[in-house]
Design a protein around this ligand. Structure first.
Ligand SMILES: Cc1cc2nc3c(=O)[nH]c(=O)nc-3n(C[C@H](O)[C@H](O)[C@H](O)COP(=O)(O)OP(=O)(O)OC[C@H]3O[C@@H](n4cnc5c(N)ncnc54)[C@H](O)[C@@H]3O)c2cc1C
Ligand code: SF4
Length: 485
């Protein structure tokens, strides 16, 4: 698995590299500008691999203008539109669609961005079938729902073509400042909202580029790093400050606490769980997030041999589909339960099946076989008892020959920077590893701390993180006494 088509060794090293994921553009020095030249935008620093671009064509190619206007004209422009209610950021869907129909595409984009500063990535990554499009009234008439996601994407791309920016400017400075930990969608949306209220927003992130999972994890055929970073340039233009390659630990958090009026925590989730099998560390087993980040960076452009993906959530589906696109000879997903219990969205499952991924249900990994490299995954069949628990079927052990294993069995929480010790309680109240917040404002158990996104909801969608960040931005502004109407 490598950009060098002759070899397959690269995946072996991925786990060791997990903590220093850097995109090649930065390593090639494109991210380093000399003092006299204009700093590169984030978009200009995005990685680019022609091979990856060829292997991951768009899942839903963009509408052209004629198709967009025709689709917009199907909309009933509902009053109290259920699509708007279903959107966690409450984009005024009928309004932006009407503007497309009226050939006011810039106005449409501004309607979207006014409600959702990350409307471009959401137009590509949102599970629209279960959100806006799932709620469209046309379902009631047995008609195709309006393709809201694709219309939104059309509006955002049209805005990019005209070089348009956000529909608002930062408010006059209030002298207040907030540190935001993490540069994922939650912090970015919070930071935009803070600038809208004249509050200084300073973001810290441990990776070389901002965007969190938007830049590093979402399947390439939905969202490329370039699109994610172009969107972040718009937020940057509001005067948001970025400190990248900077890990915030408990000591640094103390310092930021002294320097700022409030803190926003948007650190997402932590590492992918391991299997816990004997000798696991010896073999070429990687976790799905590392694998995905490496192909998105162009570090891996091909994979050979058989891949076993363990897990059955959306991340597992993405890793399995990506393995197919990268050229794996056979991809098998292994899951302890049955298809009806998978946490992946149904359409993600259908997509993976359509891509040619095989599924092995009610199978539990019990061992690894190989000589330096993994050669087979040892599994046992499971069956469900009358009380719903899973038990091994006696004498049912079997082997799945594999050349690579990718783990996607859930992520741990990631709140070390809030940890206490024997004498100090944790800095914030946590429940099952999640930071407890007031949903309306994002405020935590410490009134100066706010939080949102995956670290509070346990891992949902980009649009949920954006909605959390937006609410928290307003919550902070209100708490600091600078909320503009
Ligand atoms: C493989 C995968 C595919 C996905 N696909 C989709 C999809 O198709 N559609 C969709 O809507 N959602 C998808 N999601 C979910 C979505 O990406 C997340 O819900 C969203 O990114 C959460 O945003 P966040 O800001 O809370 O956290 P993140 O995006 O995780 O960002 C957190 C950031 O904080 C940084 N950080 C953490 N700790 C520290 C620290 N101590 N100091 C400094 N920085 C720190 C991290 O490096 C990271 O950059 C996917 C998730 C995964 C894992
Ligand atoms: S529910 Fe469907 S038809 Fe009604 S406004 Fe929304 S997209 Fe248009």
């Amino acid at each position: 698995m490598t950009s060098n088509p002759s070899g397959i060794g690269k995946l072996d090293n991925l786990q060791q590299e997990a903590d220093c994921i850097a995109f090649p553009a930065c390593r090639r020095g494109r991210g380093v500008h000399d003092a006299l030249s204009k700093p590169l935008t984030f978009f200009e620093q995005s990685p680019r691999s022609d091979e990856i671009a060829a292997r991951f064509p768009d899942l839903h190619p963009a509408f052209d203008k004629t198709a967009a206007v025709a689709e917009a004209n199907r909309c009933l422009y509902c009053f109290d539109a259920p699509c708007t209610t279903a959107c966690p950021t409450h984009i005024d869907v009928p309004r932006f669609i009407k503007r497309i129909a009226a050939d006011n595409v810039e106005g449409a984009a501004k309607t979207i961005l006014d409600a959702n500063v990350m409307g471009e990535s959401c137009s590509r990554a949102c599970p629209v079938d279960v959100l806006c499009e799932g709620a469209c009234v046309l379902h009631r008439y047995n008609r195709q729902p309006i393709a809201i996601g694709r219309l939104q994407r059309f509006a955002m791309e049209s805005l990019n073509e005209t070089g348009g920016g956000l529909p608002y400017a930062p408010a006059p400075e209030t002298g207040k400042s907030v540190a935001l930990i993490g540069a994922g969608p939650a912090s970015l949306a919070c930071a935009a909202e803070l600038r809208r209220h004249g509050i200084r927003a300073v973001i810290y992130d441990n990776r070389p580029l901002p965007g969190g999972l938007n830049t590093y994890a979402i399947a390439e055929y939905k969202l490329t790093p370039a699109v994610s970073l172009r969107e972040i340039d718009r937020i940057h233009a509001l005067g948001v400050e970025f400190h990248l390659n900077t890990t915030v630990d408990a000591a640094m958090l103390d310092r930021l606490d002294n320097e700022h009026d409030a803190i926003f925590i948007g650190v997402g989730l932590g590492a992918v769980h391991r299997l816990g099998l004997d000798g696991e560390e010896k073999y070429n087993i990687t976790d799905a997030l590392t694998f995905i980040a490496h192909y998105k960076s162009g570090d891996i452009t091909a994979i050979s041999g058989r891949v076993g993906v363990i897990g059955a959530g959306n991340t597992a589906m993405d890793a399995a589909s990506a393995s197919v696109h990268l050229g794996a000879s056979e991809v098998t997903m292994v899951y302890r339960r049955g298809p009806e219990q998978m946490s992946a969205f149904h359409f993600e499952y259908e997509h993976a099946k359509h891509e040619g991924v095989h599924f092995l249900f009610r199978a539990n990994p019990v061992g690894l076989k190989g000589n330096g490299r993994v050669e087979a995954l040892q599994l046992e069949h499971l069956e469900m008892t009358s009380d719903g628990s899973l038990v091994p079927v006696p004498n049912s052990t079997f082997e799945l020959p594999v050349d690579h294993i990718v783990l996607a069995i859930g992520q741990s929480s990631h709140t070390e920077l809030l940890d206490g010790d024997e004498t100090h309680p944790p800095r914030l109240k946590l429940e099952r590893g999640r930071i407890v917040v007031d949903r309306a404002t994002g405020q935590t158990s410490d009134p100066r701390y706010f939080a949102g996104g995956d670290c509070t909801n346990g891992g949902r969608e980009v649009v949920d993180a954006v909605a959390d960040g937006k609410r928290a931005g307003r919550g902070i502004a209100a708490w600091l006494g600078v909320l503009n109407a």
